[in-house]
Design a protein around this ligand. Structure first.
Ligand code: BEZ
Ligand code: FE
Length: 291
């Protein structure tokens, strides 16, 4: 019988590796692995990867795994700086024009953040210039969505999230609240400032080696969930931020930039309408996992 894995030329090796996945447990898994092998072999051939470079790559990924734990997901950060996260988001959120665009989730969301009522101060003593946020949650037809859950999290005046301080016991600059019958929600907070993504791991090393800025433009994160609608994960970016065109994770969309306007009482105000998309039917899971 002809061997499928012996004495292979480079090209036959690629074909054999692709063929080795022909009996994958689902067609989708086979398609994904086939394309992965094709592109990985293509990349190795394209750059004529040396053995030292291949080992460096293995060491880089090993370190990415070593530094990852429940509090830190360096693989997601790597996906973010490679633009992969935004590519996946773009492919999976081709929704109605009325829907607010999605952007990266980031590593600073915390489950179980406190509940607030409309009008409350979510800053929790975070330093910064006081801001009032007025939002509205709307359906594709522009109707108000009552009872939508709005999760908010943000950095403070020093560009830091509460979880980045060692000495903070309580949530600061994060929480959740609900829209009223007009789809409105509002809260007081502080103006967020730009900040660097975590750079004390392999992703930071990559950014330094490639002379890339680690900075993200100032933003507030919003997660908005309501029955019968797709959950929206997005940010509102502060207009005029100096880092809007050099976001380390490619997350900025023009439609998400809004002015934080100074009012006469020395507070800033943000007004923003959030459009939700109708819920789509769930596709069956297809990738690796228990059968
Ligand atoms: C953030 O906005 O919190 C974030 C997003 C991606 C990487 C690092 C931070
Ligand atoms: Fe952020």
């Amino acid at each position: 019988m002809e061997s499928r894995t012996r004495n292979l030329t480079d090209e036959a090796l690629t074909q054999a590796a692709r063929a080795s996945f022909e009996n994958a447990q689902s067609d989708r898994l086979r398609v994904i692995l086939d394309s992965l092998v094709r592109h990985l072999h293509g990349f190795i051939t394209d750059v004529e990867l040396t053995e030292d470079e291949w080992l460096d790559g293995i060491e880089f990924l090993t370190e990415t795994g070593r530094i990852t734990d429940e509090r830190r997901q360096e693989f997601i950060l790597l996906s973010d700086v490679l633009g992969a996260s935004m590519l996946v988001i773009g492919l999976n959120h081709r929704v109605e024009d009325t829907a607010t665009e999605s952007t990266v989730f980031g590593p600073f969301f915390v489950e179980g953040a406190p509940r607030f009522e409309n009008g409350d101060d979510i800053a929790g003593g975070a330093p910064g210039e006081i801001c009032v946020v007025n939002g509205r949650v709307l359906s594709p037809g522009g109707q108000p969505i009552d009872g939508a859950r709005i999760d908010v999290w943000q950095a403070d005046d020093a560009g830091k999230y509460d979880v980045q301080y060692d000495d903070l016991a309580d949530a600061r600059g994060r929480g959740h609240l609900f829209s009223n019958s007009e789809g409105r929600f509002w809260f007081q907070t502080v103006r967020p400032k730009p900040y660097p993504i975590p750079t004390n791991g392999p992703v930071g090393q990559l950014l330094r080696a490639t002379r890339r800025s680690p900075m993200r433009p100032a933003h507030i994160h919003f997660g908005i969930a309501a029955d019968a609608y797709e959950t929206l994960t997005t940010h509102v970016f502060v207009a005029d931020d100096p880092f809007l065109d050099t976001d380390a994770v490619f997350g900025v969309k023009e439609s998400l930039i809004a002015p934080f306007v100074m009012s006469t009482d020395a507070r800033c105000t943000l007004e923003f309408n959030f459009g939700l998309a109708q819920k789509r039917p769930q596709l069956p899971p297809s990738t690796v996992g228990p059968t």
